[in-house]
Design a protein around this ligand. Structure first.
Ligand code: ADP
Length: 510
């Protein structure tokens, strides 16, 4: 149809259509303009490539990120931006792009100057068959994550290495516990986390006391330090120095961080030192008393003899015998004290060994006690009477006198005292049994320590608390052993062994 032949309406419609086309083109031009702006000025690097990965367009950010000029990027294959090992680890997935998937991954990009950047990539195939790839530089985020990880690793290694347990509580409920703390307590994390800290304390009062002191200290000086005792899972008791401070100093509801230092050993040492100091001062008092008594008696008789000439020769002999006996007591005490100081300075007790018929020696000691103590009934049940031991006779007599003497002293009401002896394996075993006051398990552990006396206030029972210490050292110098079996109120039996046969060549006591 010719232009002239068209009706006016048709002409109008045509005009409108043409106007529409012009407008559509204008819209398209503006859209393109906007798209170009977005492409050019996008903060993300954008690369467009063909199906072989050759770059057909790149924006300003891509040039900035890669260090290549825009012209250099054009025609370059995208694979050149990635080192070979990176491509092996995170290959470019054209296979997925071809089937229309959006592919996201993170990898390391190598710039023109050889430096690297961590990037995040999103790629997609467009409707015209080209590939668009949007790239973000995530180096800072990766660095921050790495720094965080490094800090966490350093912190956890500090926590592992620290000899101190660390934990966090919320309202006294355990929220977190360090490995050291768990090890200290013998619990696993699952067994304590989420539970009330009460499980660690010996009783409700202690739990309440620690809580009150801790929170009062925190309120006053932001840190609460308190000494307490905790119970391990296996029941063992630990002395603990607890320091607590709020996670957020302005808001206690955020929880409290605490450190727990196991001071059990320190406390035990302190306690031991206190005990030794007390035993020493008690020892000085007892020693003075022990030395003064025989000295006073001897001095009394000496004065009598000097100032009064009216005593018969028989009486004078009697007095002199008493003075001699007291002097011998003093000599013995001093000898014992010298022995203790020798042992203390690390010197071994020297033995003068000789072949000794042990049965005869025991018999002799028992007879002597029998004469002195009428309250007690002594019996001597020594077998293997012909056995000879290579021992220091005098020292073994000292041991027997100490053990039988103690049996007498600590059976104040009398009773049977039985000394037994027989061969037992490769040694000769002797025992001294009494029916006296006996001792507790704790006392049994202590009696062989120097200066230890169960009841030092009891001056009626004489002694310096060194007899058993010396006895043990004498037996050990003979390479024997000594131990006690006893219960409070049920008497005591001391056992000791002496090896049979000649002493070894390297015998330190020989
Ligand atoms: P002491 O000179 O004080 O007797 P020892 O070292 O011989 O010193 O004994 C230490 C302590 O051991 C005594 O003070 C006493 O408390 C206890 N002990 C020793 N032997 C006996 C025993 N047979 N029965 C009960 N307690 C004993």
């Amino acid at each position: 149809m010719s232009f002239e032949a068209k009706s006016q309406n048709e002409l109008l419609a045509e005009l409108r259509r043409l106007e529409g086309v012009v407008q559509d083109q204008e819209t398209l031009r503006r859209e393109l303009e906007r798209y170009k702006d977005l492409f050019c000025f996008a903060a993300d690097a954008i690369l467009m490539g063909d199906h072989d990965g050759n770059i057909i367009e790149a924006n300003h950010s891509a040039a900035l990120l890669t260090g290549y000029a825009h012209e250099e990027l054009l025609g370059m294959n995208i694979s050149r931006l990635f080192a070979a090992d990176v491509q092996v680890r995170t290959p470019l997935r054209y296979d997925l792009l071809k089937v229309g998937q959006v592919v996201h991954n993170e990898r390391v990009l190598t710039r023109k100057d050889g430096t690297t950047a961590h990037i995040s990539m999103n790629s997609k195939m467009m409707s015209d068959g080209s590939y668009h790839t949007f790239i973000q530089d995530i180096s800072e985020r990766i660095q921050a994550e790495k720094a965080l990880k490094d800090r966490e690793a350093a912190l956890s290694s500090i926590l592992r290495a620290a000899p101190i347990g660390i934990g966090v509580t919320h309202n006294r409920r355990i929220g977190w516990a360090s490995e050291t703390l768990l090890k200290m307590l013998g619990y696993s994390a699952d067994e304590v986390v989420g539970r009330n800290a009460r499980i660690l304390y010996l009783d409700d009062q202690e739990y309440a006391r620690v809580g009150e002191k801790k929170y009062r200290d925190i309120a006053e000086q932001k840190i609460g330090v308190v000494e307490t005792r905790w119970k391990r899972k296996d029941g063992q008791i630990l002395d603990i120095l607890l320091s607590s401070t709020p996670v957020d100093p302005c808001d206690i509801s955020q929880g409290v961080t605490f450190t727990a230092l196991d001071i059990t050993e320190r406390k035990a040492t302190e306690e031991k030192q206190r005990e030794i100091a007390q035993m020493k001062s008690e020892f000085i008092a007892t020693a003075s008393h022990e030395l003064r008594t025989p000295l006073a008696v001897a001095l009394g008789y000496l004065e009598l003899l000097l100032n009064d000439g009216n005593f018969s020769p028989l009486e004078q002999r009697e007095f002199l015998a008493i003075i001699l006996e007291k002097a011998q007591v003093l000599e013995r005490l001093v000898d014992e004290l010298l022995d203790v100081s020798r042992i203390e300075s690390g010197r071994m007790i020297r033995l003068e060994r000789e072949p000794v018929r042990i049965a005869e020696t025991v018999d002799m000691v028992i007879r002597q006690f029998h004469k002195e103590s009428s309250k007690h009934h002594f019996s001597c049940e020594v077998r293997d009477k012909d056995i000879e031991l290579f021992i220091d006779r005098e020292k073994i007599v000292q041991v027997l006198e100490n053990l039988v003497g103690n049996a007498v002293k600590f059976s104040p009401l009398g009773g049977r005292i039985v000394v037994q002896g027989e061969v037992a394996g490769d040694c000769y075993r002797l025992s001294v049994r009494d029916e006296g006051i006996g001792m507790t398990a704790h006392q049994k552990e202590k009696i062989f320590e120097k200066f230890y006396r169960v009841d030092n206030s009891n001056t009626a029972v004489r002694g310096l608390g060194i007899g058993l210490f010396l006895t043990k050292n004498i037996i050990e110098a003979h390479r024997g052993e000594i131990w006690v079996e006893s219960r409070l109120g049920e008497g005591a039996t001391f056992f000791f062994t002496l090896p049979l046969g000649a002493p070894p060549q390297d015998d330190p006591g020989a």
